[in-house]
Design a protein around this ligand. Sequence first.
Ligand SMILES: NC(=O)c1ccc[n+]([C@@H]2O[C@H](COP(=O)([O-])OP(=O)(O)OC[C@H]3O[C@@H](n4cnc5c(N)ncnc54)[C@H](O)[C@@H]3O)[C@@H](O)[C@H]2O)c1
Ligand SMILES: O=C(O)C[C@H](O)C(=O)O
Length: 332
Amino acid sequence: MGEYKRPVVSVVGAGNVGEHVANLIAIKEIANVRMFDLARQTEDKVYEIVKGKALDIKQMAAAIGCDVEVEGYTVTADGEGYEALAGSDIVVVTAGFPRRPGMSRDDLLSKNVGIIRTISERIAQFAPEAIVIVVSNPVDVLTYAAFRLTGFPANRVMGMAGVLDTARFKAFLSMELKVSVKNINAYVLGSHGDDMVPLLSVSNVGGEPLTKLIPEERLKEIVERTKFGGGEIVSLMGTSAYHAPGASVVEMVEAIINDKKEILPCSVYLDGDVAEFYDAEDVCIGIPVKLGAHGVEEILKLDFTPEEKDLWKSSVNSVKSGIERIKELGLI
Ligand SMILES: NC(=O)c1ccc[n+]([C@@H]2O[C@H](COP(=O)([O-])OP(=O)(O)OC[C@H]3O[C@@H](n4cnc5c(N)ncnc54)[C@H](O)[C@@H]3O)[C@@H](O)[C@H]2O)c1
Ligand SMILES: O=C(O)C[C@H](O)C(=O)O
């Protein structure tokens, strides 16, 4: 019997989001999965939870007839145990603290940037050819940190947020209009925070502009609910969302592994003429990109309305101030 030659997706941080990513990849048979997380120490025992979760997902896959390998690896906070990243096609980073009610995503920055730093170093060491998808918050700033700390080219480092924010917008629009989400074309761009930019000028349902279908005041309410979609769930659950975030990551993973050339909004480093076009130098921020086997294969250049331009500018500035904070702290 030989080895299976399947793509490999590693998931670092097998908490709520990470385990949903692993689970969906297994159910869809997209790739073999390797999961990495810390051990949990109680008074009298050390639990290697990640190994248990990996076994459970492997057995779930067997129950529904899916062929996939799923392995769990216990790592330490100072970066031991990452050798099995070797050979990964994609590394998804979901390690770090989620917010609790009353917190903003930016409140997580100082705690999570140290975690991203260690993981980025290990990715560069053991999986130098991998494509990295950052999920941990604040995602745009941490994607920038991973981009700088891995030293990978910009096409191989991206953050997940726009797919999730757009899914939330589509969900609320379909609830409002009683129409299939498949008929809704919409984008939510910019930073993954209060300054995100729902792009109403190009959003439509079956070709009809949203602005014609929904009265202005009501559309504003839906946009506001989308912007605070993450916070709505945090206040209901006491921790942040994971089903929709997990599925949004897997949409990106699938586009890359299957070389789909799919256009999805992702947080990416804007360089050269694209940075100039969007007036956004030296940041990672959400913009529609073409995802394929090489990662980010193209960044679209969209024309914004003057109103969208203002929103975009605030979005860029809020990511920039996060980047300044970690630079001042000497963390990147
Ligand atoms: N970008 C997005 O749209 C989006 C969506 C949802 C969640 N998030 C973010 O993703 C992160 C994870 O969220 P969650 O709900 O899965 O949290 P969680 O607490 O359930 O899981 C986080 C996991 O990371 C692990 N971890 C912590 N430090 C680590 C380290 N040094 N090395 C390896 N593993 C480590 C923890 O043990 C835990 O299992 C949070 O920062 C959250 O804000 C982002
Ligand atoms: O809201 C959060 O803190 C998690 C995530 O960014 C989300 O939007 O669900």
